[in-house]
Structures are given as structure tokens and as C-alpha cells.
Design a protein around this ligand. Sequence first.
Ligand code: NAP
Length: 293
Amino acid sequence: MTSGRSSKIAVIGSGLMGSALARAFAAVGHEVAVWNRTPSKAQAVGGGTLAFEELREAITGRDLVVVSLSNYAAFSEVFSSKDVVAALAGTTLVQLTSGSPADARNALEWATAHGVDYLDAAILAYPAFVATDYATVFYAGSRAVFDRHLGTLQAVAKNSVYVDEKIGSAATLDCAILEAYYGGSLAVLHAAAMCKAEGLDPKAFFAQKNSFLGLISVTADAAQDMVARDDFTGEQCSLNTHVAAIEHIVRLSQDARISTRFPRELLENYRRAVDAGLGAQELPAVFRTLGKD
Ligand code: NAP
């Protein structure tokens, strides 16, 4: 089942991502069966894949069963019948459905109870990036099972990263990266809205992309070190000074009559750290007040 050898793979779910996964496996010569709740979408995958109407038939005798559904509730529903579960005997199930670490733990419990090898995975890519150098997939679970299938799984992403044996670790890393992505993206969009509301062409802000991404990068490096040492003292800029800067952002948003939710939420988080007595420390000291609500 390593690279260079053709595997029998079933891809369950022919949504946007599932279709891209199925085509990626087929493109490197694997024999790919696809199944989808709405059969027409499975038939539309094409690219040399075989569409099955019966789930049991699609998964029988497969080396790998790759699941890409909306959520784990859909996964539980799809794999609920006894004959479907029986057809998984001898295969490895790779869960590429996004979820939480608790979802992953429940799925492993289910797989173990049914004697199925299970890897929990999280894909960091849009479907168009599947099988390109821009795709990353994180895997959690048995290292031996991962190593056995790595060559095959690399059809989806050369950058297939084994995170940890803890089954929730891929979902944890995915959630962490997505938080940075969604939070960062919202900040960027709010910043553009501030510019527009103040009559400054947002292009001027976007042109500074390297400046603000560079600042975030430097802060992430400093935070990594400070969190590891549990020491947030420094000589660069105190939290008190940062809080004053965030107050300006709230003030601008109020004056320009655009949403203040995001900067107020920022301010609340940073002020909480100051209220906890951390005002003289560096920005990453906020980490200390995020451990509990
Ligand atoms: P999608 O296009 O909406 O496809 C969802 C799939 O789930 C469809 O095959 C749908 O079947 C199936 N489904 C939903 N509920 C079901 C149920 N109760 N029973 C059976 N099948 C059910 O979504 P997607 O973009 O492919 O996303 C799939 C997974 O990939 C998600 O977990 C998502 O978070 C993850 N992901 C997606 C992206 C992305 O950029 N698209 C990126 C990273 C991760 P029907 O066709 O019958 O509705």
C-alpha cells in the first residue's frame, strides 16, 4: 500500500472535498470507488473513479476507506448499519471529515469496538489545492498504521504530517491553525473596513501586507519562546501601551460608525491581562489569562 503500488480505495462523500480527494487518488493510479448520499454527485466525480450506489459494495475489499462528510454526525449516520460495519473488516478508515478532538476520540472508540484500524486526519487546503504543494494533511493515531499508508495518502498531499498518537491531536492542530486563520482574516477585513469608513482606499492597507504579517510572525516567534519559558517580561512594548493602541482602534470604529464588536472583544481580552497585573509585561503575557474564563 505504499507509493508505486496501486491500492483499492473507497472515498465516502462526493462533496467538494471528497470529489477532489477521489480524483487525486485515481490520478496516480489507485483503484477508487466513490459513494455519496446523493448518487448523482458520485457519478459526476469522473476522473477514472467508479461510482457505487450501495455503500457496502463501495467499501468491501478496500485497503483504505477515506471519509469526507460534512461532520461526524453524518459519519455516524452513514456507518450505522451492521452490514456496512462488517464490510470494513481488514481496511483502514481515514477520517478526513473536519471535527473537534472529542469527535476524533468518539470515532476511535467506535472503530476500536468494531476492530477497524483508524486514523483521524485534518486537511488544510481548498479542494483546488489537493495534490499540489499547497496542501497539508495532519494525521493522528497509530504511527504504524500511518506509516503503512503514507505512500498512498501522499497522493492527496505530499506534505502529510504525522502529529501524534493522541487521536485528537490532528483536530487540535487544525482548530488552532483555523482559529489563527479566521481570527486573522476577520482582523484584516475589519481593518479594511476602517480604512474605507475613514475615506482611505483599503488598497493602502493591503499594500502593507508584509508589514502586518511580519509583525504577527515576529510575535508568534516571541510568544513561542515566552510560553515555553513561562516568562513574559521584556523591553519592547508593555501591555499597557498595547491597550492604549487598541483603544484608538475602538475609538476610530465608533467615530466612523462601523462595527465595534471585534475591536471591543480585542480590548476586553487585553484589558483582562492588564487587570490581572500583567500590564508591565510584553504582549504574549495575555496567554496567561486565556487558560480559563
Ligand atoms: P460539501 O461539499 O458540503 O459536502 C458535504 C458532503 O457530506 C456531501 O457528500 C454530503 O452528501 C455529505 N453529507 C452531509 N450530511 C450527510 C448525511 N447526514 N448523510 C450522508 N452524507 C452526508 O462539503 P466539503 O467542502 O466537501 O467538506 C467535506 C469535509 O471536508 C468537511 O468536514 C469540511 O470541513 C472538510 N474540509 C473542506 C474544505 C473545503 O475547502 N471545502 C477544506 C478543509 C476541510 P450530499 O451530497 O448527499 O449532500
